[in-house]
Design a protein around this ligand. Structure first.
Ligand SMILES: Cc1ncc(C[n+]2csc(CCOP(=O)(O)OP(=O)(O)O)c2C)c(N)n1
Ligand SMILES: [Mg+2]
Length: 311
């Protein structure tokens, strides 16, 4: 699905909801239900990837809705034309949440869903972190703090060529502790890269620690504004809120956009939601079955496997 062409950009400093056309009219019920059903299937895939080696399940579930939203409604990219030189780019800078991206790409036809069973198998490329050998993945990541710079480079090249591609970079909130992110924002503002959109998965955790207890990030919006960005903050699990946030890119001529998405780590599974030790998990097959049941019916899974704790 391709997004519609952009309309008039808003003035700098406007917040979501201040413009009449941005007030929360909400998506048509049918469309919202389709997005939620897709996100549920992506969550199932993520849960199935959390065994036989495991995955960063908490981080993947926090960004599942926003990846589904981006690929379904926002990005001008299609599986039939994924190398189209005019396409939009999605760069997953917090690469450890790639199971949510694998699930989204497979569901939307970038590669067969059966291939998801190859997660972590040495004869395929579905690793713990993104690899360009997987159809739909634009760039390698895993070492945090790098892909905003890559996005700035692509955005600058697009400007120099007079292209209309837009570059969306998904960052973790903990990842904002990397100085390289702010160097990239400095350049994005200075070069007026309004074709660049940084999306922050604001799930309040960096690994096993709450961000505000480690290196406080708030208030976030004025920090990004000081770097010349147009900023909005929305509920990253609510498609009715995400839709107006992404409706007009660029949001302001000559300014990069930052969309801070408030999310919940482990979203969808109350037994692991916001649990510091449920960030990377390697569950037993039985636990996976229980978690799938929890996702659908809400019966809490009884988890005995230990999570990964790094200090
Ligand atoms: C340069 C670098 N340092 C450390 C790590 C180890 N690491 C992987 S994920 C992570 C926490 C990231 O937190 P955040 O960006 O908030 O992502 P979340 O897991 O909350 O989605 C860390 C420290 C890394 N991958 N890269
Ligand atoms: Mg985080």
């Amino acid at each position: 699905m391709l997004a519609s062409p952009e309309q008039t950009p808003p003035q700098h400093g406007e917040r979501l909801g201040q413009r009449d056309d941005e007030r929360r009219a909400g998506l048509p019920d049918e469309e919202r239900r389709a997005l939620e059903a897709l996100a549920l299937r992506v969550r199932e895939h993520v849960i199935r990837m959390s065994t036989r080696g495991g995955c960063f399940i908490g981080a993947s579930l926090s960004c599942a809705d926003l990846l589904v939203h981006l690929y379904s409604r926002v990005l001008r990219v299609r599986p039939e034309a994924m190398d189209d030189p005019g396409r939009d780019y999605l760069l997953l800078s917090k690469g450890h949440d790639v199971p949510a991206l694998y699930g989204t790409l497979a569901e939307l036809g970038y590669f067969p869903k059966e291939r998801l069973r190859n997660h972590l198998r040495p004869d395929d490329y579905l690793y713990w972190h993104p690899n360009r050998a997987v159809p739909g993945i634009e760039f390698h990541s895993g070492s945090l703090g790098h892909l905003l710079s890559v996005g700035v480079g692509i955005a600058l090249d697009v400007k120099l060529r007079g292209g209309s591609n837009r570059i969306f970079v998904v960052l973790g909130d903990g990842e904002l502790d990397e100085g390289s992110v702010w160097e990239a924002f400095l350049v994005a503002g200075a070069k007026k890269l309004d074709n660049l959109v940084a999306i922050v998965d604001r799930n309040q955790f960096q690994a096993n620690v709450r961000t505000e207890e480690l290196i406080p990030l708030e208030p976030l919006e004025p920090k990004f504004r000081a770097f010349g960005a147009e900023v909005v903050r929305v509920d990253g699990h609510d498609h009715d809120a995400l839709a107006p946030a992404f409706a007009r890119i660029p949001r302001a001529s000559g300014r990069p956009t930052v969309i801070v998405c408030d999310t919940v780590r482990g979203k969808g599974l109350p037994s692991i939601e916001e649990r510091a030790d449920r960030w990377f998990c390697n569950f037993t097959e039985n636990e996976v079955e229980q978690l799938l049941a929890e996702l659908h019916h809400g019966e809490r899974a009884r988890i005995e496997s230990e999570g990964l704790v790094v200090r």
